[in-house]
Design a protein around this ligand. Structure first.
Ligand SMILES: [Zn+2]
Length: 464
């Protein structure tokens, strides 16, 4: 007998899946993701998993976002952890940076997380064999096949799981867990062919589909492809020589879109990318060295840390230039955070424009979810309520820039599948038994999708 349990499935973030089966009278379990609820979500406190009573053989992480890996440290030390190799590196970069921040208690926490991530006896990474990632067969009662998916986190996976269960043909229940995914990023076109060639290999049928549904509550959000966003950004950057960018350090696809746009906008020499700290530089280096090996789109070649007063020298120049002078001469794309301390990067350009030293005002491209910077949220009945996911400091910072007449350009695309993509995936997977929606505030809306007769299982999630 096999069983699927989902904790906190009816919210975006912090969803945890448990799949169990029995071998010779003993129950074996795998857990998929163990992350924290997002700030502003309705679950004030995350559920406690009963590690003692319902022990887990292994935890599999779909990707490195905090709502999927955030509770890493709570996993008992004897439980092995499986994840992507680049995902592990990205997490190491994050924890290394955080462990350097001087807050005694937290520093210790981040150092402990680093120890876990660096422990090769405990962390197992998926191994690419030239065609696909090796299947994981060492957990009794299970075979797990990881397949790369397109998401705003790089190195994200879905898992095809065969669990021993005599009720199913050949004694195996086939379960597909999509994790977070989408179809409109740089690698989105691969999803349906992977389902056709690998999931359905030799006529294999999927019995149960566990699928994310983030966008079911964000129906009005525009979903443009990364390619469309890149061309839009290139056009905008052509008109704006001095551009700041607000974009997550781990959103590789969008970073690539903007970096490529900046190169297209400044023919023939391209445009330098400036970033606000060495942590950010490290992430870009990691991405260039890993993803960059698969595609040139992911190579970041000219990246410099922001330090406007730094003196720069080059043989061909008559005199040395400060970084700011070079930036004014050649134009730039500079990544900042929407926080007060980044004022020091923007203000000098605003001043120079006012003083007639440059002929354009700087602009800011905001490429993150709008939910962070909206004061209010519209309820289904049309009334406005306070937006719980907002970041007041960010809102204040952006307001201040607008008051100075710095234009804020919103250019963002979702990390999650559009309802149309969800329908396409469901039809391609064609589960024989049931669909379990997760990572969604509106599981019931899956019934509205154009998918024909598939059974949607709307059960009570474990924490309800
Ligand atoms: Zn995610």
């Amino acid at each position: 007998m096999s069983e699927i349990k989902i904790y906190q499935g009816n919210q975006i973030g912090g969803c945890v899946t448990l799949i169990s089966t029995e071998v010779a009278g003993i129950t074996h379990r795998i857990m998929i993701d163990y992350g924290s609820s997002l700030p502003g979500s309705d679950t004030a406190e995350d559920f406690e998993y009963p590690w003692e009573d319902e022990p887990v053989d292994a935890v599999f992480f779909t990707h490195y976002h905090g709502d999927h890996v955030g509770r890493l440290m709570e996993i008992p030390a004897n439980v092995p952890i499986y994840m992507g190799n680049t995902a592990r590196k990205v997490m190491i970069n994050i924890q290394t940076a955080l462990s350097k921040i001087n807050k005694e208690e937290e520093t210790a926490n981040h150092k402990e997380a680093l120890e876990i991530l660096n422990n090769h006896a405990r962390i197992h990474t998926f191994k690419w064999n030239g065609h696909y990632y090796n299947h994981i067969k060492e957990i009794p009662g299970f075979k797990i096949e990881p397949y790369s998916v397109d998401h705003s986190a790089y190195d994200a996976y879905m898992f095809l799981i065969e669990a021993d269960d005599t009720k199913y043909p050949n004694g195996k229940r086939v379960i597909l867990h999509t994790g977070d995914f989408r179809g409109h990023g740089w690698r989105g076109k691969a999803m349906l062919p992977v389902i056709q060639s690998y999931v359905h290999k030799k006529g294999r049928k999927v019995n149960s589909l566990i699928i994310e549904g983030t966008m079911m509550s964000r129906m009005d959000e525009e979903v443009k492809t990364e390619t469309e966003m890149m061309y839009e950004a290139a056009k905008y950057l052509k008109e704006h020589k001095y551009a700041f960018l607000i974009c997550s350090s781990t959103n590789l696809d969008s970073l690539a879109s903007f970096y490529q746009a900046a190169q297209m906008a400044s023919v023939p020499f391209g445009r330098y990318l400036y970033i606000y700290n060495s942590y950010y530089k490290e992430q870009l280096k990691t991405f260039s060295a890993t993803a960059g090996g698969f595609s040139e789109v992911y190579q970041f070649k000219n990246v410099h840390e922001l330090d406007l007063t730094r003196d720069l020298k080059a043989n061909k120049w008559k005199k040395s230039l400060t970084q700011k002078e070079l930036m004014e001469k050649t134009g730039f794309l500079a990544i900042i955070k929407p926080e007060e301390w980044c004022e020091k990067y923007i203000e000098p350009f605003v001043q120079d424009y006012k003083d007639g030293k440059i002929d354009q005002m700087p602009v800011i491209i905001y490429s993150m979810w709008d939910g962070y910077i909206k004061e209010y949220r519209e309820e289904a009945n049309g009334s406005l309520v306070e937006n719980k996911t907002k970041n007041q400091a960010w809102i204040d910072f952006l307001k201040k820039q607008e008051e100075k007449r710095v234009e804020i350009k919103h250019l963002h695309t979702s990390g999650h599948a559009s309802p149309q993509m969800l329908a396409e995936v469901i039809k391609a997977v064609a589960p024989t038994d049931e669909i379990y929606p997760m990572h969604t505030e509106h599981p019931e809306m899956f019934k509205e999708l154009d998918i024909g007769e598939f059974a949607i299982k709307l059960w009570r999630y474990e924490n309800e």
